[in-house]
Every structure is written in C-alpha cells, then in structure tokens.
Design a protein around this ligand. Structure first.
Ligand code: PLP
Length: 395
C-alpha cells in the first residue's frame, strides 16, 4: 500500500511556474542567451560587495534583530523620503530577507484558508504560488489592452467587482512585471478609498518603483497617500535597482500597529536576513548607490530603445512601450502556444525567454505574448532578437 502523503494538498498540488518549465531546458547552458529572468547581466557593484565583505571580516556573523539592523531600517526610511516623499517610521519597516519572503509574510499575516486575493494580471507568477501556499484563492483581474491609446489599462470597476466577503487583499505590482504598466496616483487614491471602506489590505509590490523612464524619482506609491494605520503592505527589494538578485534581501513596509505581528513573523520565518549582507544593502542606499541606480536605469532605457527599434522592423510583433521595470512583453500575431514556443526557442534557437501564458495562470489572451528582460548587454540582446525574429517567421 502506498503510504498517505504527509504533504497538505495545497502544497502537493503546486505546479512549477511557466518560466521554470522553460528554464528547466537550458538554465546555465553556455550557448543559451538568457533573457528569461528579471535581472540585469551586471554583477552587484564593487562598493556594495566590499561593504558586505568588510562586515563579514569584522565579525558581523551573529544573530541580529530579526526585523533587520537599525541603521539599515533608518536608511530605508530615508530612501522612501528622498524618492517618493513618503514619511515612514522605522517601526513600519521589516527586512525579512528577499522581497519574495516579504510577499509571503504579508500574505501569512492577512490571509487564511478559504480567503481570496485579487491580483492584477498579467503578473510575476510567484504570487500565484504564494497565495496558494497560505490557502488563498488567487483571483485574477486582467489589464486590458488599449491598442488605440497604446497602453495597458486597469478597469477599476472590474477590480472592485472581483472582491467579495472573502477577499482579504489586493495584490498590485506597479510598475508591473511583465507589462511595465503603472498605476496613476489618482487610481491609487480610488483603490485606497475602496479598500478602506471594505476592510481589504493592499499588497503594493513596488520593487520596480524607481525604475521608471519618464522622469521623476519614483512611480506613484501607495506609501505617499496611505496613513500609518492603513492596511497597506508595500514590498520593496534590493534585487532590481542595485543588481542584487542573488543576495535575497528586500523589505516590507507595514502599518505601524502591525509591528508585533511583523516581529513574530520575522522570528518564525527565518529569524532575520543574513547579518553581514545587511551592510552591503546599507551601502546600496548611499549616494554612490543612488548613482548606480541612475546608471542601471540608463542601461535599461538603452535596452528598451533596442527592443523598440527591433519591433519597428517587425510586422507581427507589437508592444506597449513600458513606462517602468525592465521587460518587453511582446505580442506576437499568430502565436497561440507561448510555452511550446519558448521551449522550442531554448532547444532550437538557444535563446531563453518567458512565455506569456505564465503570467496569468493560463489565460489564453496571454498565450500570444512572450517576455524578454532588456536590462542586458545590447549586443547580446540584438543577437537574441535576431534569433527570435527567425523563430517567429517559422510560426
Ligand atoms: C513584481 C516582483 N515582485 C517581487 C519580486 C521578487 O524580488 P526578490 O528577488 O527580492 O525576491 C520580483 C522578481 O522578479 C518581481 O518581479
């Protein structure tokens, strides 16, 4: 007799994401040009690496406050003030490890089995799994394509109609991955009013908040309009703006009175982020780190221009030029099976891109899209785009 599985069904039934189903075919293969993950090809800048090395060598190897060292939380508060004007006290900041863990922590705090979480899609697929892990149903509200106006559009009525008595949170990433779409300050205000009235939390994923192309130092942020006690959980990360994806360090801004719960969650999830790495993160928040963010943004802007130039020469590829983040979400006329297409791109064309299908739990409308990350060396990107063009011709 087969023994009964000790794993609870919500975990047993988790599926690998559509991106994993593609990367499984060639991750780390030297011949594959990798544009599938959300990261730049630049390594973390030396001054950040050195700060972590110095901290390690000076013996910063002990347990710390599980919510993060105070100087780092103070520097994060100053970062919010200088980029978005938001006044965030250190008591609202917890550094649980990666932004991924910040998302899970927020969900653990607000959702119970049987609840649902309303998610604006297409979206970074890890959120689907995170919702299922806490027993919540991910309920998707898809952005609409407005080809006439050349942009993605969020229908707020659709968003509000998707909420019911079991909705505990809305998850909105702005700027969005994979679309690069951004919420306006006015839309944020309407969403905040709605959630206040209905007692729903907002999980505002702002990890691309400073990666914006049309000026300004930060995309509209829920933190600029929310009070200390609004149920806003803002997710942020060192991964993207400072090229630190492998460090696994990000932060969560939560309501002030949630402090004891955040401390308890930090304690039981991992008892805090790695001690010496927090000093590297602290260096990232220095003026030198601000300068690096500017350089990375220039690299991304150039990458976006390369993709745009390529699209102009295509007759089957369209996009909405992203306002933020570093992805091209490309609509390919005639594409119906994005997963199969991306898998064949790895096998036959040696290019790693992500299937649109992955970003909305298999919504057929997204099966005509593929995502590429353009925070990359432009020569390598041009090579990858040339191969993509060849593969599209064969479709
Ligand atoms: C929208 C969004 N949120 C969160 C994350 C996770 O960031 P981290 O690497 O800090 O876990 C990603 C990574 O791709 C993302 O795209």
């Amino acid at each position: 007799m087969t023994p009964k599985s000790p794993i609870r069904p919500a975990i047993r039934d988790l599926e690998p994401s559509g991106i994993t189903k593609v990367t499984a075919l060639g991750l780390g293969h030297p011949d594959v040009l990798p544009l599938w993950f959300g990261e730049t090809d630049l390594a973390t800048p030396p001054f950040i690496r050195q700060a972590a090395i110095d901290a390690l060598e000076s013996g910063k190897t002990f347990y710390t406050n599980a919510r993060g060292i105070l100087p780092l939380r103070e520097a994060i508060a100053a970062f919010h003030k200088r980029t978005s004007g938001a006044d965030i006290g250190v008591e609202r900041i917890t550094i649980p490890g990666a932004a991924m863990l910040a998302v899970v922590t927020a969900l653990q705090m607000v959702c119970e089995t049987g609840d649902n979480i309303v998610i604006v899609s297409p979206i970074w697929p890890n959120i689907f799994q995170a919702a299922k892990v806490v027993g919540a149903e991910p309920r998707l509200v898809r952005l609409d394509e407005d080809w006439d106006k050349g942009r993605w559009r969020l229908d707020l009525d659709k968003l509000f109609d998707a909420c019911d008595g079991r909705t505990k949170a809305m998850f909105i990433a702005s700027p969005g991955n994979p679309t690069g779409w951004m919420l306006t300050a006015e839309e944020q205000k309407r969403i905040l009013d709605f959630t206040r009235e209905r007692g729903i939390a907002i999980i505002a994923d702002e990890v691309y908040g400073t990666l914006i192309y049309d000026g300004g130092s930060h995309a509209p942020s829920f933190l600029s309009i929310a009070d200390d006690e609004d149920a806003v959980f803002a997710i942020n990360s060192f991964s993207k703006p400072w090229a630190m994806t492998g460090w696994r360090i990000g932060w969560l801004v939560h309501p002030k009175s949630v402090e004891p719960a955040a401390a308890a969650m930090a304690q039981c999830n991992n008892t805090g982020a790695t001690h010496f790495l927090q000093y590297g993160a602290l260096a990232a928040l220095s003026p030198q780190g601000d300068a690096f963010r500017g350089e990375l943004l220039d690299r991304c802007r150039h990458g976006r221009d390369v993709v745009e130039g390529w699209i102009r020469k295509q007759n089957r590829v369209r996009w909405f030029r992203p306002e933020g983040a570093f992805y091209g979400f490309l609509h390919v006329d005639g594409l119906k099976d994005s997963l199969g297409f991306c898998q064949s791109m790895v096998r036959d064309d040696k290019v790693g891109i992500a299937p649109g299908w992955a970003f909305s739990l298999g919504d057929p409308r997204d099966d005509s899209y593929v995502r590429i990350c353009f925070a990359q060396d432009s020569g390598r990107m041009e090579q990858a785009l040339e191969r993509l063009e060849g593969a599209i011709r064969k479709l």
